[in-house]
Design a protein around this ligand. Sequence first.
Ligand SMILES: CC(C)(COP(=O)(O)OP(=O)(O)OC[C@H]1O[C@@H](n2cnc3c(N)ncnc32)[C@H](O)[C@@H]1OP(=O)(O)O)[C@@H](O)C(=O)NCCC(=O)NCCS
Length: 178
Amino acid sequence: MKFDMESKRLTFTKLNERDWDLFRSIHTNPGLMQHIRTLRSEEAIRNAFEKELDPWSLESSHWLTWIIREKTSSKQVGLISICSCKRAKRIAEVGFILLEAYQGKGYATEAVKCVIKFAVDAFSFERFIAVCSEEHLASRRVLEKVGMMLDEIVPENTEINGRLVNDCFYSLEIAVKN
Ligand SMILES: CC(C)(COP(=O)(O)OP(=O)(O)OC[C@H]1O[C@@H](n2cnc3c(N)ncnc32)[C@H](O)[C@@H]1OP(=O)(O)O)[C@@H](O)C(=O)NCCC(=O)NCCS
C-alpha cells in the first residue's frame, strides 16, 4: 500500500529508520511537548519510534506517522499521525506536531485536512477524534478549522509535568457515501 501523499505546499512520507533524529529532537523538545506529555527517556522514545516503523494496517494498534516536508525547501516541517482506535467503528485519532520555524503558516491545518482525506479514501474511516489540552489554543483552532466539533471538556484529565490539565475532546463525522 502506498502511504506517500502531497497537499498544495507539503509532502508526506511514511516514517522510516532515517527519521530517528527528527523524531527524537521533537520528542525531547520541552517547548513542543509542553501541551502533549511529560518528556520521556530517550529509551522510551526509541521504543515508540520502532513501534511506529512497523508496517501499518487497519488492524494495527500503533500510530501511522508521516514526516511532513515543505515542497519549496524540501525541509522537514514536523510529524502527523493517525491511530485506528475503534476499528469496528472506523474511528481514527489524529495527532500532529510542527517545528517552531514552520508554525503560523497554516501548515498544520493543511496537513490535517490532507491526512483525513487520505484516511477516508484509503481506509474508509467514518469518524476522527482528537484530544488536546483546553489551554492549547493553537491546536484547538487547527481542529476547529478542519471542521472538528468540541464534544467534551474533561477536567484534570492528563498530567503533564506534574500538573493536571483539562482535555478537550474533538470529533469529525464523515458523511458516508452510498
Ligand atoms: C498546534 C500546532 C500544530 C499549530 O500548527 P500551525 O501550523 O501553526 O497551525 P495553523 O497555522 O494551521 O493554525 C494555527 C491557528 O491557531 C491560531 N493561534 C496560534 N496561536 C494561538 C494562540 N496562542 N491563541 C489563539 N489562537 C492561536 C492561529 O492564529 C491560527 O488560526 P487562524 O488561521 O484562524 O489565524 C503547532 O503549534 C505545534 O505543533 N505545537 C506543538 C505540538 C503540539 O502541541 N501539537 C498539537 C497536539 S494536540
